[in-house]
Design a protein. Structure first.
Length: 528
């Protein structure tokens, strides 16, 4: 969180807060920071119980630190910030902080031990002693004692409330035990209402109130509240002003394409983790994606036979986006909550019937996720990486015959044993999914189901001054020879004439019987 620089503290001399954990450290040490204190005050003034879901490494912990310092009345940390003149600094509240972000808990016993340690730490910090033996009893007693000792109602801040469940999501029995253990703790909040001033919970996933927040019906979910879309993360304006000294030598539009685009129905934001590491290293890389391989997600999408091109333009309802529990995990909800997809558009075709269009937030996620998905489609990392390198060369030289040979060789390299163990080979969209994911893994400008006045183009790729238009067919479902013919008959090239670039029509036909490409026809149109 960063104030406007003053002559005494030039912004260019400030440091990047990589690895810094708390709001107070950033303020006191003179690091870059973006002022979100005004939104924090808005929340504190207008409500009492809040829940916010955001992907990992988006600054949720720092947000809770801001609330902590506000309610503890640390006015000196907010000099020059929006909260300085909007907060009653005479009121100081006891703050109970519960953070489950550290370490991996492998069973219910480890969870209970960790919770007991957290409650004990809070007792020491507040100078009170609980006598109840159960965790739920201690939590309720802690809240009441904090109120009693200070005369002010307590503030409860819970960070990464769901991490013990998510760390064990592939082991349902353990995940269910974790859920019940956390439910035992969180359910105390309802009965402690008279002693509470403010409650804020953050996490990655959004579990149903019934499964985890029993009785806490007044919990306000601000995950998809347009006003708070930029509560975590950096806006374009923040990058232009706060981080202006760091932009020299970097392509501004490239920064947007790589790291901007996360949206929760309001202002789009950048992932702070990505930007800070970019400014430090001056090299574009998938920093955020590299901190957590989505192995479970890749497995889930493969099992559900998900058509990977759909990830670029997926429609969902609010109910589907919010459907997440140990025994009910919808791919759309997991992709959205984990940050691999974001909201591109919302519409209301009928009163109260909202439709959300999801897609990749940026190039980092699109390229990295599709590279990971190739493994679930039967492509080992080493061979898929080599194939991607060859694909780049073929596109640069417009070697379309080599493109056919490259993909034919790839499909042929998938072992019979892999097909025997996977149902994906019987999935109609399997072959097109591989084809698309190879291009998407390169971070190219791809248009899927691109609409024209005569239909939809399966895939358009704009690269290096060339336009590549693809149509995919499965010969068992349609007569051979139709893919290129459709591109020609529908006049799909007309939409791209104004670019003044060569246009390549490519009809690709797959056979489920031979498990390979059986047709690859090309027509190149000269510049218009």
């Amino acid at each position: 969180m960063v104030p406007t620089p003053s002559p005494a503290t030039p912004l260019a001399r400030r440091k990047l807060p990589i690895g810094i954990q708390t709001f107070s450290e950033i303020r006191e040490e003179g690091y870059y920071y973006v002022d979100k204190s005004g939104m924090a005050v808005d929340l504190a003034h207008t409500g009492k119980y809040y829940f916010l879901s955001r992907p990992r490494r988006f600054g949720k912990s720092l947000l809770l630190d801001t609330f902590k310092d506000l309610f503890e009345g640390r006015q000196e940390l907010f000099t020059g910030l929006a909260a300085e003149t909007r907060w009653d600094w005479t009121q100081k509240h006891p703050v109970i902080r519960v953070s489950l972000s550290d370490g991996v808990l492998r069973n219910r016993a480890e969870l209970d031990q960790r919770l007991a340690e957290i409650l004990l730490d809070n007792q020491k910090n507040l100078g009170v002693t609980c006598t109840h033996q159960s965790l739920g009893g201690q939590f309720g007693e802690l809240i009441a004692l904090a109120h009693q000792k200070t005369g002010q109602r307590a503030v409860v801040l819970i960070d990464e409330y769901d991490k013990p469940i998510l760390d064990n999501i592939t082991n349902s029995p353990v995940a269910l035990e974790m859920r019940e253990g956390l439910k035992n703790l969180y359910s105390v909040l309802k009965g402690s209402d008279a002693h509470l001033k403010f409650v804020f919970l953050t996490g990655v996933s959004k579990f149903s109130k019934v499964s985890l927040f029993s009785g806490l019906n007044n919990l306000t979910d601000i995950t998809l509240d347009a006003h708070y879309s930029a509560l975590c993360g950096y806006t374009d304006a923040d990058v232009e002003t706060v981080f202006a000294p760091e932009l020299e030598g970097l392509d501004r539009e490239e920064i947007r394409q790589w790291y901007n685009g996360y949206n929760w129905l309001g202002t789009s934001v950048y992932n702070p983790f990505d930007l800070l590491l970019l400014f430090r290293s001056r090299v574009f890389r998938p920093y955020w994606f590299e901190t957590g391989t989505p192995t479970f997600l890749v497995k889930l999408l493969s099992e559900r036979q998900f058509f990977t091109p759909d990830l670029a333009r997926l429609h969902s309802s609010m109910a589907l986006l919010s459907t997440f529990d140990v025994d009910q995990i919808e791919p759309e909800a997991l992709l959205f909550q984990a940050g691999y997809l974001t909201v591109h558009q919302s519409s209301e075709p009928l009163p109260g019937q909202w439709v959300y269009t999801l897609g990749y937030p940026n190039r980092e996620v699109e390229s990295s996720l599709n590279a990971a998905l190739l493994g679930g489609l039967g492509a080992p990392e080493r061979s898929s990486f080599e194939t991607r390198l060859q694909l780049i060369d073929l596109l640069k030289t417009v070697n379309l015959g080599g493109l056919k040979d490259l993909f034919h060789a790839f499909y042929a390299s998938i072992s019979h044993d892999w097909y025997r163990k996977n149902e994906l080979a019987h999935f109609e969209g399997y072959y097109a999914s591989i084809f698309y994911s190879y291009f998407a893994a390169l971070g190219l400008d791809i248009r899927l189901e691109d609409t024209t006045n005569k239909g939809r183009i399966d895939m358009a790729v704009l690269f290096n001054g060339q336009v590549f238009l693809f149509e995919f067919k499965v010969v068992e479902l349609t007569p051979e020879g139709r893919a290129l013919q459709q591109l020609q008959d529908k006049g799909y090239a007309d939409k791209y004439q104004s670019r003044g670039e060569p246009i390549h029509l490519i009809g690709v036909e797959f056979s489920k019987a031979s498990r390979n490409i059986v047709g690859f026809e090309v027509q190149t149109l000269s510049k218009y």
